[in-house]
Design a protein around this ligand. Structure first.
Ligand SMILES: [Zn+2]
Ligand SMILES: [Zn+2]
Length: 157
């Protein structure tokens, strides 16, 4: 799990560095290729483009930070999701993330530490909170409303 997270993290930074370099490259190339005799209209258009690019980078960065924190809180792979949300085009990444997020939220969570848990767990593996009753004779997880243990048939109540 740890190595997978690192892979997405590296991939994210490589892509981000590449995109930022590309944007910087285009921004530098336009005035160079237009030469010193850039008309007034061209200069205005270039300025508008610079501002638009600057604001899009800020908006994308804010979305990225929100998704990163949100995914981390929900126990999802934060680097994978920041990658999907930012680099899957046409807002599709955000839609995919929101769908995955709602299904992730529906999962059962420990009432004490809110980590995701399997419904069969008797104890929370993250904080040790007791999630289910256990049979006093065979120690298997039993529901609180059961009268007899289905595993060893001993009386529970
Ligand atoms: Zn817990
Ligand atoms: Zn039992």
């Amino acid at each position: 799990m740890e190595s997978r997270t690192n892979l997405f993290k590296i991939l994210f930074w490589i892509m981000t560095a590449f995109v930022l370099l590309l944007i910087a490259g285009v921004m530098l190339l336009i005035p160079i290729s237009s030469g010193p005799n850039m008309s007034g209209d061209d200069q205005v258009a270039f300025g508008v483009m610079m501002i638009a690019a600057f604001f899009s980078i800020i908006v994308v960065a804010i979305i990225g930070i929100i998704v990163f924190k949100d995914a981390k809180k929900l126990g999802m792979n934060e680097w994978l999701w920041i990658l999907v949300v930012i680099y899957v085009p046409n807002g599709l990444g955000i839609i995919i993330y929101l769908i995955m997020r709602s299904s992730e939220k529906k999962k059962r969570r420990c009432i004490k530490c809110s980590e995701p848990i399997d419904p069969n767990f008797a104890l929370c593996p993250h904080c040790g909170h007791k999630l289910k009753e256990s049979c006093p004779s065979c120690d298997k997880a039993v529901e609180s409303e059961w009268k007899v243990c289905p595993y060893c048939s001993s009386q529970l109540k």
